[in-house]
Design a protein around this ligand. Sequence first.
Ligand code: IMP
Ligand code: MG
Length: 343
Amino acid sequence: MSQFKVDVIVGLQSGDEGKGKITHHLLKSGKYTHCVRYNGGGNAGHTIYHNGKKFVTHYIPAGVFFGIKSIIGPGCVVNISKFFQEIRYLNNNGIKTDGLVYIADNAHITMDSHVKEDLKDEEIGTTKTGNGPTYRDKYYRKGYRVQQFDILYPYAIDFYEEFHERKQDIHALFEGAQGFELDIDWGDYPYVTSSHCTTAGALLNGIPPQALDRVWGVAKAYETYVGTKEFEPKEEVFSTLRDLGSEYGATTGRPRQCNWMDINRLKRAVNINGVQSLVINKMDILRELGQWTLRNDNVTVSFTSEKDFKDYIVDQLPNVEIYFSGSPHGFSSTAYNKNKAVA
Ligand code: IMP
Ligand code: MG
């Protein structure tokens, strides 16, 4: 019997945790047969460094950088002209997409009218990519699916056939967009996106729970959020943090509001998503800032060293394997161990 295994990458804060980097890093192992995006649409912006070159993608999963089949899943929405624009962008920059890029035939399409409507949003501070109106029409049963568009015919794929009717072994990496704090059910409603940013959201793409092999959660050593709600405390340190971390939106260029990591919220996200491996990105930025601070139940906790900061997080999340990353290019292959760590 052939094997069917799925690993999931899920964002644990408000997006922009560095999921693109983790996807790219994990794909280097060469063990994956597929790379799948499972939620969201043009609102997402994944920043990836490939062979020293920076790429920002919105739709196409990072599998293309490694010649791996890259599929936009049924849980996603796609703007057709933006999709073709991204294919050209990748091709013009030396990345081959021929025969590698597919879209689930039951994924929904973002129409010009959806974008036009989203442009009027003032309440949420959306990315103005038509995401909310597209998902609304999907659930209102007035949406348009990939299978209705001839131009997408060469890219359309049936998820059931691809993942359940093939004889070959499958090990797919499912990469999420946005993050748990923006999830339609679990985020800070209404300051959320319109899709399921959770591990469960990945399974909604036709994946049986038994196929789930490993859940990778991704967080940042501090938090950022883009949108209208007030998120950043009025302290100068967060402007410094924003500049050190280049915290400006990959999709819209908007400045991201910054705050310290909320360890209690992170714990909640880890538990609900069943995170087994956790990567905490941008440790280098806190290092540059020279301040090791986080929040616990709205109490600010500061540490005198990076090691104390790490040990505290590890103590709060005892059942999770944690990797701290201080480089835009990846992370070490061994999880953090308090007792072996050098300060
Ligand atoms: P929408 O997804 O464009 O409707 O935007 C809803 C909320 O989610 C807004 O606060 C956006 O800034 C935020 N958002 C959507 N996608 C992303 C993302 O990929 N990274 C960070 N924030 C996002
Ligand atoms: Mg992003």
